[in-house]
Ligand binder design. Structure first.
Ligand code: GCU
Length: 345
């Protein structure tokens, strides 16, 4: 399974490289001058690590269809789910290089490129998914941050929720931080996520999303943390039967695009692209709510126990992480703006 995935990545990427070479393009603008002709259109490759039926995959597929319709077929999107184009860290690199056009990556991946993204990756910063959604879609708060990776070849189109996360384990249930003592819990591959699980009492084991099922099954890890839709669509519930609502983190996913590609689009096409992105957000937000209840039903039917732990005990352990990780003025400003946008308690 792993081997054929790797082969297919190589095949798709070399096909992409050939296409770029044939077009004589691919961000090869020697002098970076403005006069570069706008691209008329392309079938964009989009990498995502989720299954076909996960809400963002579904809504991005509609996004591509709508984009194609609105541009008379000039711009369209081929969605590659299930890490077919690589896990998020690889997909992000491929977008930076221009070998893949678009990818969905979670906030922790962007933190590895610019530490200012840390603000949106820290536990307790977002009070609810509604709070998160309003902040990550507010250009006054985010526009500088989202364009900050352009010199690395990446533009952030926008963000959407990856949900409020709980901890799930093979042995359980988890009620207090003490229950996590000695347990190896998978986290995303970034520093703040490692600090997070350590603060909660567990042993953090970073790995990519697609590796989690096998790691749970073989006992390399004792548990993982995520929101219900990923817990179920990735089938983690087949091996980890205890889901604890620790509510320790609200995570954000981002759609990123190769910066040269975005700049090569005419202004009109960029406007259409943005409009279709707004359409994506509407569809996604509707699907998201629905997917949580569907996931809970499916997991319960398979014998999963959902528990309400001592959330305060976890929150207390996590609170110091914010101050510890805010180390510059830009981060502080982002944090202040995010807090100011929180609904009154
Ligand atoms: C969520 C999120 C993904 C992320 C994953 C993970 O499913 O939507 O973008 O990769 O969590 O824990 O790795």
């Amino acid at each position: 399974m792993k081997r054929s995935k790797t082969l297919s990545i190589a095949a798709v990427v070399s096909a992409a490289a050939l296409t770029l070479a044939a077009c004589g393009g691919g961000g090869d603008k020697a002098d970076g001058s403005d006069g570069a002709a706008a691209a008329d259109g392309k079938t964009l490759r989009l990498a995502i690590n989720q299954t076909e039926d996960y809400p963002s995959t579904v809504a991005l597929t509609s996004f591509g269809e709508n984009l194609s319709e609105a541009t008379d077929g000039r711009w369209s999107v081929d969605v590659y789910p299930n890490e077919q184009l690589g896990a998020q860290a690889e997909a992000l690199q491929l977008v930076a290089d221009g070998a893949v056009d678009l990818a969905v990556v979670a906030g922790p991946q962007l933190e590895n490129l610019n530490k200012d993204f840390v603000v949106f990756n820290l536990p307790t910063v977002f009070k609810s998914v509604e709070h998160e959604t309003s902040v990550i879609n507010d250009p006054e708060i985010t526009s500088e941050l989202y364009s900050s990776l352009e010199d690395q070849g990446i533009s952030v189109v926008g963000g959407f929720t990856a949900g409020m996360r709980g901890v799930y384990t093979k042995e359980g249930p988890i009620n207090t931080p003490e229950d996590l003592a000695g347990m190896k819990i998978r986290v995303q591959e970034t520093d703040t996520n490692i600090q997070m699980i350590e603060a909660m009492g567990g042993k953090a084991t970073p790995m990519s999303f697609g590796e989690v099922y096998t790691a749970l099954q073989s006992g390399v890890i004792d548990g993982a943390e995520n929101a219900e839709p990923s817990f179920v669509t990735q089938k983690h519930y087949e091996v980890a039967k205890y889901f604890s609502y620790t509510d320790h983190l609200i995570n954000t996913d981002y759609l990123v695009i190769n910066s040269d590609l975005l700049k090569s689009m005419s202004e009109d096409d960029q406007k259409i692209f943005r409009e279709q992105w707004d359409g994506f957000l509407d569809e996604f937000n509707g699907l998201w709510e629905e997917s949580i209840s569907t996931a809970i039903d499916e997991a319960k039917a398979a014998g999963v126990t959902f528990t309400e732990p001592d959330k305060e005990a976890f929150a207390e352990k996590l609170a110091p992480l914010v101050e510890k990780n805010i180390t510059n003025d830009t981060q502080q400003k982002l944090l202040d703006a995010t807090r100011a946008a929180a609904p009154a308690a």
